[in-house]
Design a protein around this ligand. Sequence first.
Ligand SMILES: [Fe+2]
Ligand SMILES: [Fe+2]
Length: 275
Amino acid sequence: MTESTEARRPANRVLPHELPASLRDAGLDNWIREPLDDAVDRRRRIIMPPAAAVMGTPASAHQGALLAEARHPDTVFMMGDNPALPTMPPCPTLKDFFQLRFSKIARTHLLQSARVAREHGLAEKVIMACLLHDIAIAGLLSANHGYWGAQMVAPYVDEEIAWSIEKHEALRYFPDESVGYRYPDAYIDYFGPDYRPPGYLRREAEAARQHRWYMTSRLVTINDIYSFDPNVVVSYDEFEDVVGRNFRQPREGLGFDGSPVAHMWRTMIWPNNFL
Ligand SMILES: [Fe+2]
Ligand SMILES: [Fe+2]
């Protein structure tokens, strides 16, 4: 091959594209994927950040500029598989979401909580609830994560497990000395010593305390340990048996079973879809 042949660009190669300075200044070049060899085609793909991710931040002012970028013939919005993410199998299981979608820190937190619950000899419902309790933070949204998480798993688990996941969010803020649960030191770091949970969470916690399943959710908070030690490795396989008995995996795969929450699982499969 001669030097001049080597230097010639392939006909389908997209030339580097100069982004408007306003988008670069807003850091939005992070949301644009330049065409790479592993891409499904040679077009640039724009990820429009979801409203919930950018509201209240400078990035929210640039949605118009991102829309304008998509008018370029070499540019489209991200739809379907993002090559930056591992491809999910056609019928994804809970294990696939743990391994291919959840961040390492969130996955480890869930697995460690479940392990501690098991070491404490707690019932399988509690172990399962611990394994799932922050599933929304791991793959979807942090705000109101107890409620999102409970809805995501409700069709597949015992009602008591979903309930305890929903209520753990509110119960986390309120001590129960009778079972040795204190306000988390981590929350003082995270939210400041002057943070007070809003009234709706206080009412939720008070109501949960009167419920017959209170202790299931309280045990989730007790085993909700904030140990983010990267050297601790817990394998999902340790819980295959518990999951097998306590999580009704849909035959069609999570996201494709037509359940009222299938869209939440699809959002984790294709989190960057424009629509
Ligand atoms: Fe939580
Ligand atoms: Fe947690």
